[in-house]
Design a protein around this ligand. Structure first.
Ligand code: AMP
Ligand code: GLY
Length: 422
């Protein structure tokens, strides 16, 4: 079949890499793609939210399946747009994508389905004073979340009541995150280690395709500003069979069952952002897509043909698929532009290692090729090396050794990915 993949990050390069290995994939196109995705298929210069131009391309190239990488087009209804025209899409409907697109929607859904998550309340300008009163008596720290999509920046953890009061005012009155913060979710703080679990669903059945731990802070030892993700490891040692059974029984099954029971159409990836609180899993957030850089460790470990999974999903027979995951550990280490996650420059010349060890893959994120075919940086997160090895430590060491050989001005990476799993 002919597949169109939407997106341009490391996640999309890893998905393209995986899809291109399937005998079921005839042509793979990536819109818009990056400086690496062209190794796995054909880049097409169309934006992920330009549905009309994408549709024309889909007709022209007889695309059978559209796979959506990032959340934005999903929350804007790309699923509904293409399925209405008879083109299969891997992703949730616009309505179901609110699991990611609205924190208030997802909290209400979890409450209805009895899924463990932090206690919360939601406020807008209408009940602003009640919100301030609620905050004043709330135990510390207090978690404030902009309801809508805020490019990963809409969550503030406040350690004093004064800070909470000011952030709340900024979000609601000053629209700090635009329309996204006109509604604010105030949440109880949960203390524990985070883990992301990934599921593919046809809306009825589901398959767990992997899990990972993301390193979100810019600095070593988990210090400094939050980023999109500086690296990942998989598997996560504390996610043993007993823990994963709780995740499945208390979270995954009620989520998929709840979507079905409530008529929320969902045929795609579910990203469960979880926290392990003393051995008990709670949902921090849902995302309606794969994670980045989680995909860069999940795809290399997934042995099952992903395109075969999509075929079965579209037939409503996902249950028939046997998922096979590599027993080896994977680690990915992201090279970022100097200054990221603050201001940084793009367009720096890049040099990649001439050859890679057999157990290492390079996934491009913010890169592009110029007219002469030279590779340039084109974003904050630039490129990531993923290694497979018997242990997390060995995988991280191999990935690091390759990132060290990736050269561009201002390159930075965390040397401690997987540090706590010695
Ligand atoms: P989110 O965008 O909902 O994933 O939140 C971003 C990050 O904020 C999460 O990855 C957590 O590290 C943190 N966070 C969110 N909600 C909570 C919570 N209730 N308790 C503790 N940390 C949280
Ligand atoms: N790495 C976190 C995310 O993709 O949302």
């Amino acid at each position: 079949m002919n597949i169109l993949l939407l997106g341009s990050g490391g996640r999309e390069h890893a998905l393209a890499w995986k899809i291109s290995q399937s005998p079921l994939c005839r042509q793979l196109y990536i819109a818009p793609g990056n400086g690496g995705t062209g190794q796995c298929g054909t880049n097409v210069n169309i934006g992920v939210n330009d549905f009309a131009a994408l549709e024309q391309f889909v007709q022209e190239k007889a695309i059978d399946l559209v796979l959506v990488g990032p959340e934005d087009p999903l929350v804007h209804g790309v699923y509904d747009y293409f399925t209405a025209k008879g083109i299969a899409v891997i992703g949730p409907s616009k309505e179901a994508a609110q699991l990611e697109g609205s924190k208030a929607f997802s909290k209400k859904f979890m409450q209805r389905q009895g899924i463990p998550t932090a206690a919360y309340a939601e406020f807008t300008a209408e009940n602003y004073e009640a919100g301030q009163a609620y905050l004043a008596q709330h135990s510390l720290p207090i978690v404030l979340k902009a309801d809508g999509l805020a490019a990963g920046k809409g969550v503030v953890i406040c350690t004093t009541h004064e800070e909470a009061r000011d952030v709340f005012a900024d979000m609601i009155l000053n629209r700090q995150f635009g329309e996204a913060s006109s509604r604010v979710v105030v949440e109880q703080f949960l203390s524990g280690i985070e883990i992301s679990v990934f599921v593919l669903t046809d809306g009825k059945d589901y398959k767990i395709i992997g899990h990972a731990k993301d390193y979100k802070r810019i600095g070593e030892g988990d210090t400094g500003l939050n980023t999109g993700g500086m690296g990942c490891v998989s598997p996560v040692p504390f996610a043993d069979a007993a823990f994963m059974q709780k995740v499945e029984d208390r979270i995954i099954r009620p989520t998929i069952g709840g979507l079905y029971a409530e008529g929320l159409v969902y045929k795609g990836f579910v990203f469960f952002g979880l926290i392990n609180v003393g051995g008990e899993p709670y949902v921090i957030e849902y995302n309606c897509r794969m994670g980045d850089p989680e995909t860069e460790v999940v795809m290399p470990r997934l042995k099952t043909d992903l395109v075969e999974m999509f075929v079965q999903l579209n037939k409503g027979e996902l249950h028939a698929v046997q998922v096979d995951i590599d027993h080896r550990a994977a680690a990915t280490v992201m090279a970022v532009s100097g200054g990221y996650p603050g201001d940084y420059e793009k367009g720096k010349a890049m040099t990649l290692p001439a050859a890679l060890p057999a157990n290492v893959m390079l996934f491009h994120a913010g890169t592009r090729l110029d007219d002469t075919g030279a590779l340039l940086t084109n974003g904050g997160r630039v490129i990531t090396a993923t290694a497979l090895a018997p242990t997390i430590q060995e995988a991280a060491a191999s990935a690091k050794a390759v990132v060290e050989q990736v050269q561009f001005e201002g390159r930075y990476y965390r040397r401690d990915i997987g540090y706590e799993f010695e």
